[in-house]
Design a protein. Structure first.
Lengths: 461, 396
């Protein structure tokens, strides 16, 4: 080989290597842009949207898809696509249309199709959904145990080159590593969430134990108080009768000996008599209230009671409101609005009380100001009883909305809430063949709705 | 993937068939690329065991004999590279053809080869071809029209010993005299290649002003033979009279300038015959408006360039794919071989040394197909090419 030709070929080699370097520079740019895009704070787009945009910058694809090969290895689904029509395509469609191993196989190998019309491997579903696609570049990506494929499509034949295949293959390795990192981060976050959940469960169990102990104590105290209260109540009634007898005797004595009136006036006997009746009446009222409170305590201290019976929701509500009011009245006013006289449902009074108390407590905790207002309305439409709890609290943030009915989800600080209230409430309502939902929320307050089937009195009658 | 080289003596047909049977692998080879004397290819076609050894064949007749890394003395050999690659895909198709139908035949055969590889519509990594002399440009045009210029196409035109038209090709099923065989390759290993002329350009050049197919009529509006002989005189070569000039013009061919990356590479065109009307019959096609230059070579250039081209291809395999060479094919122009018969062993030695003793096969061909770094597949004369197959478990 002549010296000049050797030099010429060396120069050509250098030029080729320079071309290779430019290709790697292109790849590096792609990777740098990906890093920047994926790590950008406040990124709103899905990772695939960013990926599509980046690939479009370097390779002139008319459509792009991300395929997920399903675990059963006989089908695939479209995870995301640039074509809006394919984006949210129901997976079963593809499942039923694409069962052959050969069609699935094409997403497992890095391939350039110069003419899709010639290939029987190109899935029939794609042929009908993407009739314009003439050529394709397919690059599989493996992330952990999951298999994906990037599919670039062009409306022209012979669009994608082997060089493009090499660039996408190199880029896909990077994407796989990068997405693996994201996957690991997601798994770590999930693990942390599970740890937090476990902690909450443990705390909840401690709390449940405490509540059970308090319940037993309350039942015991209620039982013990009930007897002396019975004496007090009974004695007060007797005393009231005695005092009426004494009053009658005094009036009789006045008619026999009128001078006794002066003595009585001097000792203020009339006032004493009058006040005694008031004192007895007030004491009786207090005793009655004490009896109610003890009854309510007994109701709430029997958590295992699951027996169903005909329950008047209005009575249950009034009873629950009385208990809740002891705490609520400091910051909020609780009002009951009803356009029916009775609201009979078949159910467990204890469990339904628990639901109502949970909802009232949540409404109360959402109120951060002094002019709190909680309105409970009960209406009946057909055979459905609807109970709405409306508050003027701070509302629920959009980010937490999807999770409010999840077990152990709470916005309260650790130890202040178990995150079980709404999930248990919903479960109880559903056990009663009803439903519990959030009707509305805004920074000005929230509305929760409980719907329960009313007892058909015609059948009962 | 395994690439196994065999170098069989075809002097005795019965013995040759026995040797061929012994080549059968536990897994049938997907493809066998072979070179041999016209007798060797003919014997192969008549041996029924050929299809048991390999699913597809691209066996091409070489001028005189095939060569390989194994040096032997007799004249009739079949040099085979057997590809056993369960993770790859290969397909072979062939056609009897002519200059009128070659483009369409080429497209149809390529589709058929892709179908045979179970890869219809897919871009292969490499195409190996074996055309009969005269059909090369049409074959490349057909490939380009179907799949574009993206896939490297390498190969050599079938040859005989005296340009009498006895060249032949065998695809595993039929012997072809005028036509071609094409093989598509989706290998599980990387392939590197290099295509070069190895001649020196001179400052003498002219523009093609008259041409018909492979007949160069005028250069700068002067009879082509006059211009050519004038260039020879300026370089102290005797003028060539009308008649066959293939051997006499080996060291002074014409070069078609192919600009790439600001460098002019030459694609050689070998004058075969000077006609009495002053035109020259070439062994490859030139086009009106193309710049033609007078090229110069000598024995040392021809001896050294085979080693150099092999070395560049080997380095590329390492640099681009970080892969170790497994086996190679070297195509050496028959015209060049005939010009340096006493030095051909030095050529083999140089290739063996640069390829670090890996197995290789080669043939002396009447036309060479390949691509320069500009990524366009071309047909040339007096060219040399080296194709190296890398090792498994490395990037493809």
């Amino acid at each position: 080989m002549s010296q000049s030709e050797k030099q010429q070929e060396l120069l050509l080699q250098l030029k080729v290597e320079n071309q290779q370097l430019l290709k790697f520079k292109k790849l590096n740019n792609l990777m740098r842009d990906t890093l920047e895009t994926f790590t950008a704070k406040g990124r709103q787009q899905s990772p695939f949207t960013s990926l599509f945009a980046l690939l479009h910058q370097e390779l002139q694809a008319d459509e792009q898809l991300i395929i997920a090969l399903n675990d059963d290895e006989t089908s695939f689904s479209i995870l995301d696509a640039t074509a809006p029509g394919l984006k949210n395509l129901a997976a079963p469609f593809l499942h039923t249309q694409n069962k052959t191993k050969s069609e699935q196989h094409i997403f497992s190998q890095s391939t350039v199709f110069f003419d899709l019309a010639l290939s029987p491997k190109w899935p029939a579903a794609f042929r009908s959904m993407l009739p314009k696609a003439k050529s394709a570049l397919i690059q599989p990506i493996r992330i952990g145990q999951h298999h994906y494929a990037i599919v670039l499509l062009s409306d022209q034949p012979k669009t994608f080159t082997i060089e493009a295949k090499i660039v996408v293959a190199s880029y896909s390795n990077f994407i796989a590593s990068f997405l693996s990192l994201f996957e690991n981060q997601r798994l770590a976050a999930e693990r942390d969430q599970l740890f937090a959940q476990q902690k909450r469960i443990e705390q909840s169990m401690v709390q449940q134990d405490k509540l059970a102990a308090i319940g037993q104590l309350a039942a015991g105290v209620a039982h013990e108080l009930n007897n002396p209260l019975g004496f007090v109540y009974s004695n007060l009634n007797t005393l009231q009768v005695y005092m009426q007898t004494v009053q009658r005797f005094i009036h009789s004595a006045y008619s026999i000996a009128p001078e006794l009136k002066d003595i009585a006036a001097a000792t203020n006997l009339n006032y004493i008599l009058e006040d005694s009746f008031e004192l007895i009446e007030e004491s009786l009222d207090g005793a009655r209230r004490s009896r109610d409170i003890i009854n309510n305590l007994r109701t709430f201290s029997h958590p295992d009671d699951t027996s169903a019976s005909k329950v008047d929701l209005l009575e249950l509500l009034e009873s629950t409101i009385r208990i809740a009011n002891t705490q609520i009245k400091r910051h909020a006013t609780l009002t009951l609005s009803k356009d029916i006289d009775s609201a009979l449902v078949n159910g467990n009074a204890t469990q339904l009380s628990q639901v109502l108390l949970n909802l009232i407590n949540n409404a109360y905790h959402a109120i951060k100001h002094k002019q709190g207002l909680i309105v409970i309305s009960v209406t009946q439409l057909g055979r459905w009883l609807t109970l709405k709890i409306t508050d003027n609290g701070c509302g629920i943030e959009d980010s937490v909305l999807p999770h409010i009915f999840e077990p152990f989800f709470t916005t309260k600080d650790v130890g202040l809430g178990t995150g079980l209230g709404l999930s248990i409430s919903r479960a109880i309502v559903e056990q009663h063949n009803g439903c519990l939902a959030l009707e509305h929320t805004s920074p000005n307050g929230s509305v929760f709705v409980v719907s329960l089937p009313a007892v058909d009195t015609r059948i009962d009658d | 993937m395994k690439v196994i080289r065999h170098y069989l003596d075809v002097t005795d047909q019965a013995c040759f068939c026995d040797q061929l049977v012994a080549l059968e692998q536990p897994e049938t080879a997907s493809l066998s690329i072979a070179f041999g004397s016209t007798k060797a290819i003919t014997e192969l076609s008549s041996c029924h065991y050929a299809t048991m050894v390999s699913a597809g064949w691209v066996a091409t007749s070489s001028c005189r004999d095939a060569f390989s890394d194994r040096a032997t003395e007799s004249n009739h050999h079949l040099a085979i590279l057997q590809f056993v690659d369960p993770n790859g895909a290969y397909g072979v198709a062939s056609r009897h053809s002519n200059s009128k139908t070659i483009v369409e035949d080429s497209k149809a055969a390529l589709e058929e080869a892709l179908l045979a590889a179970n890869k219809p519509g897919e871009l292969p990594a490499f195409i190996w071809c074996s055309p009969s002399p005269g059909l090369e440009e049409g074959l490349l045009t057909g490939i380009r029209e179907l799949i574009g210029n993206d896939v490297p196409v390498f190969g050599g035109s079938s040859a005989d010993n005296d340009i009498s038209g006895n060249w032949c090709m065998f695809d595993g099923k039929q012997l072809i005299n005028t036509g071609f065989i094409i093989a598509v390759m989706f290998p599980s290993v990387p392939i590197s290649y290099y295509f070069s002329c190895g001649y020196e350009q001179t400052t003498l050049s002219a523009v093609v002003t008259g041409v018909s197919e492979r007949q160069l009529i005028t250069l700068d509006n002067q009879p082509a033979a006059d211009v050519y002989n004038n260039w020879r005189a300026l370089n102290r070569h005797p003028p060539l009279p009308a008649g066959p000039v293939l051997a006499a013009s080996t060291f002074s061919p014409l070069g078609r300038i192919v600009p790439q990356h600001d460098i002019n590479m030459a694609l050689l065109s070998h004058p075969a015959r000077i006609r009495t009307d002053g035109s020259i019959d070439l062994f490859s096609r030139v086009h009106t408006g193309e710049c033609i230059t007078f090229m110069q070579g000598d024995t040392e250039l021809l001896v050294q360039r085979a080693a150099t081209v092999s070395d560049i291809a080997r380095q590329q395999l390492s640099n681009l794919y970080d892969s170790k060479p497994q086996a190679a094919i070297v195509i050496f122009c028959a015209g060049c071989m005939l010009a340096i018969p006493d030095d051909i062993k030095r050529v083999h030695q140089g290739i063996r040394q640069k390829l670090e003793n890996i197995p290789f096969i080669g043939g002396y061909t009447f036309g060479e197909q390949g691509r320069f770094a500009d990524g366009i597949n071309r047909h040339g004369n007096l060219m040399i090419s080296a194709i190296i197959f890398g090792s498994v478990n490395e990037s493809v």
